[in-house]
Design a protein around this ligand. Structure first.
Ligand code: HEM
Length: 370
């Protein structure tokens, strides 16, 4: 990370021809929706409630304040970050599977962020709202280069939803062993982590990434959310005991926020070179030596009840997070981002249709319940 006022990069202005529709993209989008709908149906039959078809389980539902940094240079003062204002923000911590697994099946972690009351021209489909969502996972790159390649992985995940949770638990313990061997050897295996081999660490210590690009005013960028206050950085890689504690991740978050708060920095990495930082290949990590992440805002959360049934009704059931809820200045780009528009809209509709609580975009928020 470098100082936003002095970093020496020259961002590349966006041009429409940096994006190219993937072969059969409309069909990929349809098949993704169909597969995710299938997961929705399986889990609803099991649980009697409609959950997200991925990131079903929440581990923390946090309320905080996003403070845009003052004095940003014009290349960084874009979209939400155009003026040094403060906004209420909701953060939903999750893990990837679409079913409600015991936390000892340890998988990659997600964070949905909803900033409320942002001014500016809006994305198509989001004109009536006042929110800006950013969705992140705790790794720098997406598991597949394109939407079509991702469809293959997702079909595999769909076929394992609901299959023998006991077996998944045993498998996870074995995979974690393998993962630590690979990490000792200097590598890292996304597949092992996705299948349940993620290290059993406190979710509050994680750094999260949007992984895929969006417009950043006239430029293009990816975002990162980094814990910076000592009480959060102490939790990075800190082990959490998930043995016989099916909701151990959530318990650790609730325990932390019962006495402490936290501060994160929200950082952007701007694209400076299309070859090194492609838009249509989500599996390439943009090199930080060519374009470092720089801080554009911070998020502060005070001690609070970080998860409760009332919060779950308000956020898990009553809200949806989508990269297409937001400003035109942050339009999602690249095939993975494009197909998410229809898919997330379908997913929110499904939950509205099957649960008592309607999914709605909040227009204002002073705090969450509890
Ligand atoms: C083609 C690629 C992708 C598809 C089809 C997809 C699909 C979905 C769907 C259907 C949901 C549930 C939405 C709901 O029920 O409201 C979801 C949630 C989520 N996705 Fe994705 N996703 C994709 C890529 C990504 C990427 C690249 C990230 C971030 C790096 C991401 C992060 C998340 C997060 C954090 C959530 C949970 C949001 C919440 O708390 O409500 N997804 N995704």
């Amino acid at each position: 990370m470098s100082d936003p006022t002095t970093h020496p990069i020259t961002p590349l202005p966006y041009q429409a021809d940096f994006e190219a529709l993937e072969d059969g993209e409309a069909e990929t989008e349809r098949a993704l929706s169909e597969t995710l709908h299938k997961i929705n149906e399986i889990v609803r039959k099991d649980e009697g409630h409609a959950y997200r078809s991925v990131h079903a389980k929440s581990h923390g539902l946090l309320f905080g304040e996003l403070q845009v940094a003052a004095g940003l240079p014009s290349m960084l003062a874009q979209g939400v970050f155009a003026t040094p204002a403060s906004y209420p923000v909701v953060m939903r911590l999750s893990t990837v599977p679409g079913d409600l697994l015991d936390d000892s099946v340890s998988t990659p972690r997600g964070l949905g962020m909803k900033i409320i009351g942002v001014p500016g021209e809006r994305l198509p489909g989001s004109q009536a709202d006042v929110t800006q969502d950013f969705l992140m996972v705790n790794g720098p790159v997406f598991s597949a280069p394109t939407a079509k390649k991702f469809l293959g992985t997702l079909k595999l995940l769909a076929s394992s939803t609901d299959k023998l949770p006991g077996l998944k638990k045993a498998l996870s313990a074995t995979l974690r062993g393998l993962e630590s061997l690979i990490e000792k050897a200097g590598g890292e295996s996304g597949t092992l982590k996705a299948l349940g081999g993620h290290p059993e660490t406190n979710i509050l210590g994680e750094t999260f990434y949007t992984q895929v690009p969006m417009l950043f005013g006239p430029y293009m960028g990816k975002l990162q959310l980094v814990p910076v206050s000592p009480e959060l950085t102490a939790l990075t890689d800190a082990p959490v005991d998930l043995h016989d504690r099916p909701h151990g991740l959530r318990d650790a978050v609730v325990e932390h926020f019962s006495h402490s708060g936290g501060t994160w920095e929200l950082r952007v990495q701007l694209c400076t070179d299309l070859q090194a930082m492609p838009i249509e290949d989500a599996s390439v990590q943009w090199p930080e030596d060519q374009s470092p992440f720089v801080t554009v805002a911070r998020i502060v959360a005070a001690p609070q009840v970080a998860w409760s049934d009332a919060r779950s009704a308000a956020v898990d059931d009553g809200m949806s997070f989508s990269p297409w809820h937001g400003l035109a200045a942050h339009r999602p780009i690249g095939s993975v981002m494009r197909v998410r528009k229809a898919v997330y809209a379908m997913a929110a509709r499904y939950r509205s249709e099957h649960n008592a609580t309607q999914v709605q975009e909040p227009r204002s928020l002073t705090a969450l319940p509890d």
